[in-house]
Design a protein around this ligand. Structure first.
Ligand SMILES: Cc1ncc(COP(=O)(O)O)c(C=O)c1O
Length: 475
């Protein structure tokens, strides 16, 4: 039966989410499913069992299966915030440190940080590759690497970038210690303290903290859960303020999950070039499209080296290996200098391990597995939120990436909720972490890159109870 039943369950769940079947509708019977999908009865039964478990459908005696009355599709998507009145320095800091602290604590249900559960990662495969490498080239693990990165890895990265229509030479990119360092190096090379940087809003807290560390001012551009950054608001902002750089996540953003269309990407790239605004794109989630249609990065439309591409393997292979990269030939010299004076080069062993993994040609197969697991986990989380949260809750339905973004009833303070939940060993990321000036008080990010089990379900239930209590106590 393998994972065929999972694929069927995922595609039916999506049809339900998209409204093909409404709450209360009867879904095709086992026999119909068997014929239409050309599968065995046991596979069809297993798919329906999975959907039942996830709260999508319910069985009625002697009548068949029906879409559950309280489906998550009734939860609309979060609303947009307005454009910032003026650029400002970053406010939030302590909360990010708290979230990072929770990461390594045992016994905490970690719904806050966008960090993959171990079962998404190919631990055994990486172990085999590193043993092989140490046996064959023991010195490669201990010598300093070229500051630009190991030649074998850069060659493989060029091959991947070519597939994304960003053909480049090995000397056009630099290997970094994760995507965070790539973004840091790009900002450092392109800005001076006091410069204005446009961020999509809500934005990834790691980006906001980088602006803080570099003394940069943020202007927050509203972003849509499906379409991504508002081009109209972006244009208004760059006409009004001396914006130096725009830093964004065009593919499956964190926390919104939005993915820009090709047309919007193209328009953004030309708008930015026209106004001499440099784009830094963080494409860390780009490989995680649930439909297996890898979206192109902004860089694919860049004709003038006005886009700096940053990514890493932290969400797909091994966050602990800290292997990321930055691509922009025009910036390499400045970035390489900064890299040398800070930490010479990235650790050698992880670079060669990742190079071998890419050489093996099995990375795509691994990605298909991770995407399917993530999509299932997302559907379970959406179903659990639909079961346990107040009806006024709104939530995203991303088509890739790691996270859900929730708008809670207006009177619920997500920071208070997160503080109460941490006492119960459940960590969540409250909305204000995703704004440079404390917006999103009643919003929350949940990561679905978790191994789904009864504890997670219970944690969502406890979270829902707390939010119910807060919304009625203060309402
Ligand atoms: C959008 C985004 N960029 C960068 C990072 C950090 O990536 P890395 O661990 O590769 O430095 C994360 C991690 O959560 C992220 O979500």
């Amino acid at each position: 039966m393998s994972s065929l039943y999972k694929e069927i369950a995922i595609s039916l769940a999506r049809e339900i989410d998209e409204g093909v079947y409404e709450p209360g509708d009867k879904v095709p019977g086992i026999r119909e499913l068997k014929l239409s999908r050309k599968v065995s009865v046991s596979t069809a039964v297993a798919a329906y069992r999975q959907l039942e478990e996830d709260g999508y459908i319910e069985a009625r005696a002697r009548s068949g299966f029906y879409v559950s009355k309280r489906r998550s599709v009734q939860f609309a998507e979060p609303s947009l915030e307005s454009l910032s009145k003026r650029p400002g320095l970053v406010a939030e800091k302590a909360r990010v440190l708290l979230l990072t602290e929770q990461l390594n604590k045992s016994g905490v249900v970690k719904l806050g940080a966008a960090v993959p559960d171990g079962h998404f990662l190919p631990g055994q495969w990486l172990k085999r590759v590193s043993a092989e490498l140490l046996r064959e080239q023991p010195l490669s693990a201990v010598l300093y690497e070229d500051p630009l990165g190991a030649a074998d890895l850069r060659q493989q990265l060029c091959k991947r970038m070519k597939l994304l229509r960003c053909g480049c030479r090995p000397q056009d990119l630099i290997v970094t210690s994760g995507c965070q360092e790539a973004v840091f190096l790009a900002l450092k090379a392109l800005t001076r303290p006091g410069d204005v940087v446009a961020l999509e809003s809500p934005s990834y807290h790691g980006h906001i903290q980088l602006l803080d560390a570099l003394g940069l001012k943020a202007i927050e551009i509203p972003s849509d859960p499906r379409k991504g950054i508002s081009l109209e608001a972006f244009q208004l902002a760059i006409e009004q303020w001396p914006v130096k750089v725009c830093l964004l996540i065009p593919n499956f953003s964190n926390p919104l999950g939005s993915c820009m269309s090709d047309a919007r990407k193209k328009k953004l790239v030309s708008l930015a070039a026209e106004h001499s605004v440099h784009l830094i794109e963080d494409d860390i989630y780009g490989d995680l499209d649930f439909a297996n249609k890898r979206p192109l990065p902004l860089k694919a439309w860049d004709k003038h080296n006005n886009v700096t591409y940053c990514s890493s393997f932290s969400k797909t292979l091994a966050p602990g290996m800290r292997i990321g990269w930055l691509l922009n030939s025009a910036l390499i010299e400045a970035v390489e200098y900064q890299k040398i004076i800070t930490n010479v080069a990235v650790s050698s062993l992880p670079q060669h391990i990742i190079a071998r993994v890419l050489q093996s040609g099995r990375y795509e197969k691994h990605l298909r597995y991770v995407r399917q697991e993530l999509q299932q986990s997302m559907q379970k989380m959406r179903a659990a939120v639909a079961r346990y949260f107040p009806r006024e809750t709104r939530m995203t339905s991303p088509s890739g990436g790691y996270v859900l973004w929730l708008e809670l009833p207006g009177n619920v303070d997500a920071v208070e909720v997160s503080e109460l939940m941490i006492r119960k060993n459940i960590s969540v990321a409250p909305g204000p972490m995703f704004s440079a000036n404390g917006k999103y008080q009643n919003y929350m990010r949940l990561s679905f890159a978790v191994a789904w089990n009864a504890d997670i379900e219970k944690a969502i239930q406890a979270l829902g109870r707390c939010i119910y209590a807060k919304s009625s106590a203060q309402g």
